[in-house]
Every structure is written in C-alpha cells, then in structure tokens.
Design a protein around this ligand. Structure first.
Ligand code: F6P
Length: 484
C-alpha cells in the first residue's frame, strides 16, 4: 500500500551514488518520485523488493509490453544501488542529496504542497530555498527522461513532487508525448492562490498533452485555475495554450481486483482471519482502520468517536473491538512525529478508560504489514473505517470492498475521499462532524445482513468494473489520442 520515506544518508555516507544507466532508449517512460523497488533489511539479510501495491503491478505490466523504463528515486543512498531492471523493465535511479531530501522532499513536496493540496489541514509552509530545490530536482528528473526516451516516445509523469517536469521535458524534447497524473487532490482556487509560485506550477503542468486527476472535481478546479492564472483558454476538459491543445480528465485509480479476490479466497489467509478474531477474544463486531500514519487521514478523530461510543454505551467492551493499523510514514518530519505522539496518546486514553485487564478496546499496530496479513485483517473486520479529512482516492476502501467476496462487511467512508464518488454503498460521513461519525458507525454496526449485502454488492460491482490495469490502459489510450 505505501512506501516508507528514508533519509538518504546513513552515518558515514557522504555522497550520492551514481545512477543506474542503460543506453538503449525506451518507447515508454514512467517517471515517479520513487522507483518500484524498495530496500528492505531483516534477519535474512538485505535486498531490493518490489514495492507493494496494485499501482506498481499495473505500471510494470504496461512497461513490460512497451519496451519501458521507470525513472525514480531509490529512497536511500545508504545501501547498494538498486537493480538495473525489475520484472523485465529497466530502472534508472535519480540521486537525491541530503540537502535535497530536506528541501525538496520533506520541504516543498511534503510541507508546502502536501498540506496545501489537502485542504490546508496543516498550515503549508512557504520557503524560497525549498522552491529552488524543487526546481533543481525536477530539472534532474526532466533531464534524465529527455536522455532516456526514444524519438517520438511516450512519457508518463506521476504526482505532486514532479509538477515542473512536463514543461521542462517539453523544452528539452518537443518530439515526445507527455502525460501527467496527479494522485492527490487538486485544491480549490482560494487555496491554490496562496502558493507564491502558483503560475510556475501551472505552467509546469501545462507542458503535458494530457493531465489526469482522480475525480472530475479536481480536474475542474485545475481547469478553472489555469484559465484564471494563465493565457490558457477552453473548457474543463480541453485547453488551448501556446498553440497546443491539452486534454484534462478524471481517471479514478483502482486496485488489482483479481489478485485481491484470489488472496481473499486463499484458505491459509481465511484461516489467519479466523485466528485474528480469536486473538481479539471473538467479539461480536470488529472495527478496523488501516492508514498511512498521516494527519490527513483523520485517525485521531475516528478513535475519539469510537471512544465516546464506548463511554455512552453504544459500544461495549468485549462485545466490540477496534484494530487500528498505522503504517509508519515520513517519520523524519516533525508534523508526522507529532501526529504519531498525539495518536498514541488518544489510543492509550481510550484503553485506559474503557479497557479491562486482558481486554483492550483498541489494538494499535504501528507497523508495515505484509499484504497477506492486511487481507486477513480485512476479512476479520465487520466494519471498516476510512475517514480521511481529504484524500485523492483511498485504495484501502477499495481493497476492503474487494476482499468481501461473501458480501458481508460494512464500510464507513469519508465524503472527502475520492473513493466516495464511486463507493456509494458506503455509510458516508463528514469526518469533521464527530456526532455524524458516531451516527454512521452506529448505523454500520447495527445494519442487518440484507442491507449490508445490498450495499456491498453495489460497491463491488462498481469497483470490479475498472481495476488498476484498466486505469493504466485508459490513461495511456487517452494520451495516445491527444493531438501533438
Ligand atoms: O499518495 C501520494 C503518495 O506520494 C503515494 O504515492 C505514496 O505511496 C505515499 O504518498 C507516501 O509517500 P512517500 O513517497 O512520501 O513515502
């Protein structure tokens, strides 16, 4: 589901390592902040493993069929260089120095853009030296792409860390077709206007032939913003700019449905889910949250809602149990450190006030779990709580729905997750409204089997219709159809 942010230098590491190179030019280049492999170390030793998640599988499969190359950051310079290829696709690593890790990654990407694009849930910080670092690193990515792509080839750029790359690349290689996809929300005009470098970011994105967003609302926020702040004219879906035509559209990302269903039917994983319920004391209802530990996810708010329900008697110790998995993320950032501290405080208060000896009301895991174990948890959970304050899509919601092959299970979902546009069978909540969250949890916990079944089958039908492979193919098809 997620990747971990690592500081690029270990003790004693002094300089960035050299890039992985292959001289043959690629017909299709994917460029993302990170490579599709991550460095892991455990008792058996150290190795590079594929990063988990359907996105990596889907992009890998499109690259395999098209003489592809993936360009990205290895997330570390402490260990041996990443492999030159993975599953038949070539990899090219981009170096990020310690200073750039602070200014480009933790700074401009995750302390300016991330909060700004997520409704300013935390105040975005604007620093000129962070911006300079963002330009410098984006240019490094653009130069690597320009040097790797075949004449007339196709380039697919991903996410908020690389918004200047489309224009930089167009200047270097006007012959290539450029697509850009934003995985996180695009903010409303009033918020985006705060960014001192708003014109440069918009001009950067307008270097693409196709700009994709998770939901139509984000696409229209962007189109309205560029028509106001640049010379671009046109409609929400088609813009004219500097003599070119740029397509804008919504391409909601999804999960690898077949793979999840296969795991959900696996007898060992099903047995594990029974074991999990037993370890939890075989309660009547298991509530589950699975999130990257991020302040945008509304984890504390959700736990407060559940804690109040234990106190007002809507939930009962022993009968109801919550499990919260908080996957470590961006741990070197002070905001994330504080979020973890506050979250752990809320968890311990909840257990302190409502638990019994040997019977906590919330089981909290601050861990990166293997996907098999996550599927077992999804199978063990009667009610899934996905309540972010703002989220581009939220794939946990879709993963849960795909696991519930027997049409049981209920989903409580934030209106502010991109997934809410598709998963209409969920119990919808405004995560800022604590009473509303409690009411939705109450309804979900008490929903009868028929209602749960109707809601779940609606959500499964919708999710099955377009999986992550369809998402990748449909974006690339739309990109191929753009005029150049
Ligand atoms: O949702 C945006 C995203 O960048 C994902 O692509 C990624 O899995 C997650 O956030 C964590 O990001 P980071 O690369 O900062 O660990």
């Amino acid at each position: 589901m997620v990747q971990q942010a690592n500081r690029p230098d270990g003790p004693g590491a002094t300089k960035a390592r050299s890039s992985t190179r292959d001289t043959a030019k690629a017909d299709l280049v994917v460029v993302a902040n990170r490579l599709p492999v991550q460095h892991t170390s455990n008792q058996e030793g150290e190795e590079w493993r594929p990063s988990p998640g359907g996105l990596v599988s889907a992009l890998t499969s499109v690259l395999q069929n098209r003489n592809g190359l993936w360009i990205g950051w290895a997330g570390t310079s402490e260990h041996e260089a990443p492999p030159a290829s993975y599953e038949g696709i070539r990899l090219r690593a981009i170096d990020i120095t310690n200073e750039e890790y602070e200014n480009f990654y933790l700074g401009f990407s995750n302390a300016t853009l991330w909060p700004l694009y997520h409704d300013a849930i935390r105040a975005p910080t604007f620093h000129r030296h962070w911006w300079q670092s963002y330009i410098k690193v984006n240019l490094r990515y653009a130069t690597a792409v320009a040097d790797s792509v075949a004449p007339g080839g196709t380039v697919w750029i991903h996410d908020y860390q690389l918004q200047l790359v489309p224009r930089m690349l167009r200047e270097l290689r006007p012959d290539v077709r450029i697509g850009f996809f934003l995985h996180i929300p695009f903010p409303p005009i009033e918020l985006f206007m705060q960014l001192p470098w708003r014109r440069e970011i918009l001009a950067g994105l307008l270097g693409a032939d196709l700009i994709g967003f998770q939901v139509p609302h984000a696409a229209s926020n962007f189109s309205r913003m560029v028509r106001r702040q640049s010379a671009a004219t046109g409609t929400d879906s088609l813009l004219h700019y500097e003599g070119r035509t740029i397509r804008i559209g919504a391409f909601p990302i999804s999960v690898d449905c077949e793979q999840i269903v296969k795991l959900a039917r696996d007898p060992d994983i099903r047995a594990r889910s029974v074991e999990i319920r037993k370890d939890l004391g075989n309660p009547e209802v298991v509530l589950l949250g699975v999130d990257r530990l991020d302040y945008t996810k509304g984890i504390q708010q959700r736990i407060k809602a559940v804690a109040e329900m234990f106190q007002d008697g809507s939930l009962a110790t022993g009968k109801h149990v919550m499990v919260q998995v908080a996957v470590p993320s961006r741990e070197t950032d002070a905001h994330y450190e504080r979020e973890r501290h506050n979250l752990e405080q809320v968890v311990s208060e909840m257990n302190g006030e409502n638990g019994h000896v040997g019977m906590p009301v919330i089981h909290y895991l601050h861990q990166n779990l293997p996907f098999d174990e996550l599927v077992a948890l999804y199978l063990a959970a009667d009610v899934m709580l996905v309540t972010p304050f703002r989220d581009g899509m939220n794939l946990v919601a879709k993963e849960y729905v795909m696991c519930r092959t027997d049409l049981t299970g209920r989903l409580v979902l934030s209106e502010f997750a991109g997934a809410a546009a598709e998963l209409r069978g969920a119990f919808m909540v405004n995560p800022h409204d604590l009473e509303g969250v409690k009411e939705a949890i109450r309804l979900a916990v008490n929903a009868g089997p028929k209602e749960a079944r109707d809601r779940m089958s609606r959500m499964r039908r919708k999710t099955y219709r377009r999986d992550v492979y369809d998402w990748a193919e449909s974006f690339l098809l739309a990109l191929q159809q753009t005029s150049m």
